[in-house]
Design a protein around this ligand. Sequence first.
Ligand SMILES: Cc1cc2nc3c(=O)[nH]c(=O)nc-3n(C[C@H](O)[C@H](O)[C@H](O)COP(=O)(O)OP(=O)(O)OC[C@H]3O[C@@H](n4cnc5c(N)ncnc54)[C@H](O)[C@@H]3O)c2cc1C
Length: 472
Amino acid sequence: MQLIWFRQDLRLHDHTALWHATQAGPTIAVVFISPKQWQLHDDAPIKIDFYLRQLAQLQQQLQQLNIPLIIRHIGLWQEIAADLQNIAQQLKITALHANIECDYNERQRDAEVRQLLEQANIQVNYYHDRTLFPLGSIRNQSGQPYQVFGAFKKKCYEHLSLSLPRCYPTFEAQQALTAHPLWQTQLELQPFCPQGLSIQQIELWPIGEAQAFALLDTFIEAGLSHYAEDRDVPAMHGTSKIGAYLNIGILSIRQCLHALFRSQQGHFHIEGRGQQTWLDELLWREFYQHILFDHPRLSQHQPFQLKTARIQWRDAPEDLHAWQQGLTGIPIVDAGMRQLLATGWMHNRVRMICAMFLSKNLLLDWRLGEQWFMQHLIDGDLAANNGGWQWCASTGTDAVPYFRIFNPISQSQKFDPQGDYLRQWLPELAHLDAKHIHQPYAKKQEIELNYPLPIVDLKSSRLRAIEIFKAL
Ligand SMILES: Cc1cc2nc3c(=O)[nH]c(=O)nc-3n(C[C@H](O)[C@H](O)[C@H](O)COP(=O)(O)OP(=O)(O)OC[C@H]3O[C@@H](n4cnc5c(N)ncnc54)[C@H](O)[C@@H]3O)c2cc1C
């Protein structure tokens, strides 16, 4: 009997571990529900809700394939190894199958599971599935991991031009298995459904593989050709919004790649800037996963550039609170932070502006911002979030040079020239015209607005950050 362990890969199609399990023999599935562990990892309520809704659907789909799903409610991941051993003994499991994850805690958990199960003569098979290329396989000429995105990307292009990673085929339903008390549990969503989520927030993020494919297809058909230009305009729907689906594995990265190259009958051939730019974004995701795998200290709150650990970040809880709540008096920052609170998502350009404002202008520890994003993003992912934050804070690999600090007002004027995005998220400024909305107090501080004055002077705070980084 085979056991497939679902983790951040809640789908049936193009699932490496599931494919191998079902090809090896009759299969049973298992999943662990661990709210305490999720809390320790700062997973956002909206993401947990999304995960559980998807899991409920997956359970039904597995039933149609006669694959029973065992749902285990546990505290922390340390309990998993013994629990799996127990399950394996009760069900006479001969092999466990699961997809590899790149984060440190996940790898420790998986190593413990391997040790215990192999001692009990149960085969343990971990597969590369979450990335296009096996973690640890993209190396420079000296056999070292790449630290610069450009060179990493070039290597990936070389591999892709030889062949695109294949998707796994679909498989038939298996013979029904005799019922067992271990899989009698129907997933109870209610007790775990996080408090404080509005129905509107939930409706923004429908679950299901079919839904994810529809989103991907619509983007490839209608959005891809303009992606290079539209992706930086926060008032537009210029990006795919597939991140949430990729991160809990409703979609696979291979499926995205094949959707991208479908128009070339599956051959690697770049046609147009939109296609090129989107591929590069998928490769940024790949890059950060490989970086996290090769540098486990990044999972433990360490900066990539160790010298930046010496920075004395400001201790200013009121400024942090203003940033978190979208009350800094800098409209583009406040709009982004309010979009995040209202929807669980923030536009990439605005993520960069908000992160740089926190770490440079406010000189607050980037880890506070990283944690807040993780606690609120539906697409929260340690590798990409940590990578994004360390890029903006100039503490990361291939990060923005410390002296290139975005001016949030110029960014706002450039990427939201009419102020449409600002008006959407800052109703108190909606009556202002396109000239004044980016900087409502620019001329007259006495203007009457139900909106805070800027909490920091952009010019002097920029110079302060540059001095501090230069001194390193
Ligand atoms: C401070 C900061 C924090 C971030 N936190 C996260 C996070 O927790 N999870 C996350 O998935 N992305 C994160 N990103 C990257 C990026 O903002 C999101 O992936 C993107 O906005 C998601 O929207 P989309 O799905 O429409 O992306 P699209 O623009 O359509 O891109 C397609 C996919 O490519 C990947 N991608 C795109 N840009 C990046 C990038 N810069 N880095 C890594 N992968 C990328 C994502 O998987 C994305 O879904 C962060 C960026 C910054 C600057």
